[in-house]
Write a new protein. Structure first.
Ligand code: PLP
Length: 438
């Protein structure tokens, strides 16, 4: 095992050993420092080692670190469920805790199915999703994921769920602010429901603002509302996957609130726990949960659901976001970041698009801006640029998104505590990395 590690994360690439993390920075054991320009994988919304969260966790540790949900309710899980229900759109008042995003998505798919059975619609089982999209790596969540590198090897082990194209207006040369664009993509959902047979369609799952797989894809005008109408017309449940877009970095607890759309269920994780503890949740309409309890059952649950330490951390994270004004800061800093990224387009002809909302911003590389053709695969922009930034002391998040369905996009999503000076630092480091790549 010389020079090897016992850790198995599916790659032979080694990374420096983390020594400490504070605010927007991470240090390794050799004293090198990185600006966490992607909050890990869009996780650490409030930054690292926030003293208020650490204190809340210490206090909870003195009380209990585990209570099995079928034996005890706990104060932190009750309070966090209340808090999430208050933050969620009206009518979404039931919270099912998980340890992460994939588990939250699994829970949503299965609750939707349990609901269909409870109302005597057992023929509904298909969950339509988009391509590209990422909803998690467990087999159920993967079945609604549209990202071939992760789904293809496991295809024989999954139910094939129907996919419709994500509204990549820029790539298709359509104006984002034209309601005709929103209608064009939303109507693909209706067409697919009709093709599948409406009586067989259970749900539609969508990220209000796309995360990893689409690179901060913002929906075109009218899209979100029309999707809601179409789902209503055919009795299809609407699931907003807010694992990345929720938690405040888009200026609201839930990104869907920007369009005033009320889904039937919301899945959350990442920013809500901010990486302090594994935490996720499914937030469902009361009416759905009640119907399932009245007429059916929901034979589903994770051992660590509602872990009191994780919930205590989650409550403190929500306090910090509210009390420190981090949502307004995310919008203000997000605008600056977006403007600075757009300015880089003057300097580098191979940046084809800059998009995003709040502190979820992305840029996409192309070989030709007019045709939006992707960079040649041989350039391996994914590795090259991420590594160049890493060498410069900046962490950005990228998706190896070749395969004809997307270009190479890079997400810049620093913690919501980020300052103007740190935005400057991100841009300086990124510029040096892009110069090396150019
Ligand atoms: N849903 C979305 C939108 C995600 O971005 C992710 C992870 O990136 C997941 C679900 C899965 O979350 P987890 O990795 O915590 O299982």
């Amino acid at each position: 095992m010389d020079g090897q590690t016992r850790l198995f994360y599916g790659t032979r690439r080694r990374r420096p050993k983390l020594a400490r993390a504070e605010g927007a920075y991470i240090w390794d054991v050799d004293g090198r420092r990185w600006l966490d320009g992607s909050s890990g994988a869009m996780v650490c919304n409030i930054g690292h080692s926030n003293p208020r969260v650490l204190d809340a966790m210490r206090a909870q540790m003195e009380i209990a670190t585990f209570g099995y949900r079928l034996h005890f309710e706990t104060e932190p899980s009750e309070r966090l469920a209340d808090r999430l229900a208050q933050a969620a759109p009206d009518g979404l008042g039931r919270v099912f805790f998980t340890s992460g995003g994939s588990e939250a998505v699994e829970s949503a798919l299965k609750l939707a199915r349990s609901h269909a059975l409870a109302v005597g619609q057992g023929q509904r089982w298909k969950v339509i999703s988009r391509f590209p999209a990422y909803h998690g790596c467990t087999l159920g969540a993967l079945s609604v994921t549209g990202y071939a590198p992760m789904t293809a090897p496991y295809a024989p082990m999954m139910v094939q769920m129907p996919k419709i194209p994500a509204p990549r207006a820029w790539l298709d040369g359509r104006p984002l602010d034209d309601p005709a664009t929103g209608q064009h993509y939303a109507d693909m959902l209706e067409a697919r429901i009709l093709e599948e047979g409406p009586e067989t369609v259970l749900a539609f799952i969508v990220e209000p603002v796309g995360g990893a797989s689409t690179g901060a894809l913002v929906p075109p005008a009218g899209y979100m509302a029309r999707i809601r109408d179409i789902c209503d017309r055919y009795g299809v449940l609407l699931i907003h996957d807010e694992v990345i877009s929720g938690g405040g970095r888009l200026g609201r607890w839930f990104a869907g609130d920007h369009w005033g759309v009320v889904p039937d269920m919301i899945t959350i994780s990442k920013g809500f726990g901010s990486g302090y503890m594994p935490l996720g949740a499914l937030i469902a309409k009361d009416s759905i949960a009640e119907t399932v309890l009245d007429h059916g059952s929901y034979p589903h649950g994770f051992t660590y659901a509602g872990n009191p330490l994780a919930c205590a951390a989650g409550l403190a994270v929500m306090d910090v976001i509210e009390d420190d004004g981090l949502m307004p800061n995310a919008m203000a800093m997000g605008e600056q970041l977006a403007a600075r990224l757009r300015a880089l387009m003057q300097r580098y002809g191979f940046i084809g698009d800059v998009r995003g909302m709040g502190l979820l911003q992305a840029f996409e590389l192309v070989s030709d801006r007019d045709s939006r053709a992707p960079l040649p695969a041989a350039l391996n922009a994914y590795d090259t640029l991420v590594e160049a930034a890493y060498d410069e002391g900046l962490i950005i998040y990228a998706r190896r998104s070749r395969g004809g369905h997307s270009g190479d996009h890079f997400i810049v999503a620093p913690p919501m505590i980020v300052t103007e000076a740190q935005i400057d630092e991100i841009i300086e480091k990124l510029t040096r990395a892009l110069d090396r790549f150019a």
